[in-house]
Write a protein that binds this ligand. Structure first.
Ligand SMILES: Nc1ncnc2c1ncn2[C@@H]1O[C@H](COP(=O)(O)OP(=O)(O)OP(=O)(O)O)[C@@H](O)[C@H]1O
Ligand SMILES: [Mg+2]
Length: 266
């Protein structure tokens, strides 16, 4: 069952094409991760899927009544706003204190219910936001860089928690991440976005393809290869309409992979 779907989604902002003809569908229970460099339109795509950004062309459909647990990339909390974590978790739906503390324990911040929300560290706030999203018992969790500000054990624990919750509740998860190495093992499907969908697929399928090495490679080199690949597309000009592909188009990533591969023709 498709929960949320974009067809030919195009978003223009300030005279720029931010998203170009994006097709995407998320099914119940899937864990899908969007990767791509800064400014590639990841947050805009997420916001458009939720209905916070109107499409310039194309469409977004959500299953009617779909329960969404959304954690934005940035949340500005007024330092002058007096609000405890416990109270924050009870907005907009009242949550029993035991339920709230259970969720906080689960996300690794037990005992912060009485603290001021504005006084939390970045990583603590991120965990509280996830607890709040989980408490809404969503059918889909939409998380924009949920591991930003988390330390390494926190990041690993986060992905374990996501898989655990999916196993228990069947929740679908759509997230944006820069943790490429963990993303490949923790996701059912990975989408590489650079204004358009550069490539997508199940990690196992993708990893068997020669293009996978060029895109993701191994270890840190893979991360560099990915970013190299997307930058090599040269999307800089506002009027650059060379790439109208909505899907994986299998162009030659091989030669772009890393300096070691440059000039090689496999
Ligand atoms: N309201 C707006 N007006 C003009 N440009 C915008 C607007 N919103 C987003 N953009 C531009 O759209 C592009 C994509 O932004 P977006 O925040 O979606 O990128 P991102 O992939 O989430 O980046 P990051 O990894 O830094 O979070 C950027 O070039 C940004 O400047
Ligand atoms: Mg973003």
């Amino acid at each position: 069952m498709t929960l949320v779907e974009a067809s030919g989604l195009t978003v223009r902002r300030g005279g720029q094409v931010v998203l170009d003809n994006v097709d995407l569908a998320i099914s119940a229970g899937e864990i899908v991760t969007i990767v791509g460099p800064n400014g590639s339109g990841k947050s805009t795509l997420i916001r458009a899927l939720i209905g916070l950004e109107p499409p310039s062309a194309g469409s977004v459909r959500r299953r009617p009544g779909l329960g969404i647990g959304y954690v934005p990339q940035r949340l500005h909390i007024d330092a002058a706003l007096p609000m405890t974590v416990g109270r924050f978790l009870s907005l907009p739906r009242r949550v029993a204190p035991a339920e709230a503390s259970g969720a906080l324990e689960r996300t690794g911040v037990p005992g912060v219910a009485g603290r001021q929300i504005a006084a939390l560290s970045g990583g603590q706030l991120q965990r509280v936001l996830l607890a709040r999203a989980l408490l809404s018992l969503p059918e889909i969790l939409i998380l924009d860089e949920p591991t930003q500000g988390l330390d390494q054990p926190g990041t690993a624990a986060f992905y374990r928690l996501i898989e655990e919750v999916r196993g228990e509740t069947g929740v679908a998860v759509l997230m944006v991440s820069h943790d490429l190495h963990v993303v490949m093992s923790a996701s059912d499907r990975v989408i590489c976005l650079n204004r358009h969908v550069c490539c997508e697929g199940a990690p196992k399928v993708v990893s068997a393809a020669p293009e996978y090495r060029a895109l993701f490679g191994l270890g840190t080199g893979g991360a560099f290869a990915l970013y190299r690949h997307v930058h090599d597309h040269a999307h800089d000009g506002a009027g650059d309409h060379e790439h109208h592909h909505g899907h994986y188009h299998g162009h030659d990533h091989h030669g772009h992979a890393a300096p070691a591969h440059e000039g090689e023709d496999a």
